[in-house]
Design a protein around this ligand. Structure first.
Ligand code: GTP
Ligand code: ZN
Length: 213
C-alpha cells in the first residue's frame, strides 16, 4: 500500500458456514476491520487457504441488494457472487464484500437509475442524468483490508479493468486479472453490453451478440 494510505486493522474474525440455495456448502471466516477510510462496514470472507499460494484469488464484490439477495436478473451480480465463492474456495483467497451499492451511489439512487433505464437511458447515462458519477467506487478501503490481511500480491477475479488499475495505484501487486464467467439472461444483456462498450469490461458477449439490441 502507498505510504499515504492509512493502515486498517482486523477487528473480529468469526466462522460462518455458507449454504447456497443450490446446495453448495463452504465454510468461511468473516473478518471486520477498524480504521477503514470510508467508514463503511465492508467485510472480508476468507475462503479456502489464502496462504496456499503466493497469489491468492481475490474478488472485490460491490454490494447489489437486488442481485445478491433478491435474485434480480437485471444484472449479473448474484451469479458472479455464487461463482466467486466457489472458485476462491477452490484455490484459496478472499472475497471482499464492499458496501458500494449501485456502483457507489446507493440503493435508492440505483433504483431511480433503473427507472431512467426503463425510459431508454443506458446504465451510465442514467447515473449522469441523476447528477451522479457514472461509477463512484473507490477501492482504498479494499486495499486497506487486503494489507490488514497480509495480502500484497494477488490474482483479481474481475472483468473490470478499473479495479486492477486502482489497486495497483494503491501499491498492491495484481499479478493477473482473471475474468469471471459470463452470466447472461434476456434482462441483463443490454446492461452487460454497456459495460463492455463503455468501461471495457472483459465480457465475451460474442455468442449472444445477435440478441443485444
Ligand atoms: N448505478 C447503477 N449501479 C448498478 C446498476 N446495475 C448494477 N449496479 C451496481 O453495480 C455494481 C456491480 O458492478 P458491475 O458493473 O456489475 O461489475 P463490476 O463490479 O464493475 O465488475 P466485475 O468485477 O467484473 O463484476 C453493484 O454495486 C450493483 O449494485 C445500474 O444499472 N446502475
Ligand atoms: Zn447487480
Amino acid at each position: 500500500m502507498t505510504t499515504s494510505t492509512p493502515a486498517a486493522a482486523v477487528r473480529t474474525r468469526v466462522r460462518i458456514p455458507l449454504r447456497f440455495p443450490d446446495g453448495f456448502e463452504v465454510a468461511t471466516e468473516a473478518i471486520t476491520f477498524h480504521g477503514l477510510v470510508d467508514g463503511a462496514e465492508h467485510v472480508a470472507l476468507v475462503l479456502g487457504d489464502p496462504t496456499a499460494t503466493p497469489t491468492p484469488l481475490v474478488r472485490l464484490h460491490s454490494e447489489c441488494l437486488t442481485g445478491d439477495v433478491f435474485g434480480s436478473a437485471r444484472c449479473d451480480c448474484g451469479p458472479q457472487l455464487r461463482e466467486a465463492t466457489e472458485r476462491i474456495a477452490a484455490t484459496g483467497g478472499v472475497l471482499l464484500y464492499l458496501r458500494q451499492e449501485g456502483r457507489g451511489i446507493g440503493l435508492y439512487n440505483k433504483l431511480d437509475a433503473y427507472a431512467l433505464q426503463d425510459a431508454g437511458l443506458d446504465t451510465y447515462e442514467a447515473n449522469l442524468a441523476l447528477g451522479l458519477p457514472e461509477d463512484a467506487r473507490d477501492y482504498t478501503a479494499a486495499a486497506q483490508m487486503l494489507s490488514a490481511l497480509g495480502i500484497a500480491e494477488l490474482d483479481l477475479l474481475t472483468n473490470n479493468p478499473d479495479k486492477a488499475q486502482q489497486l495497483r495505484a494503491l501499491g498492491l501487486s495484481v499479478s493477473r486479472s482473471v475474468p469471471t464467467g459470463v452470466h447472461t439472461n434476456p434482462s441483463n444483456l443490454r446492461y452487460l453490453h454497456a459495460k463492455v462498450q463503455h468501461t471495457h469490461h472483459t465480457i465475451d458477449l460474442a455468442p449472444v451478440a445477435s440478441l443485444v439490441g
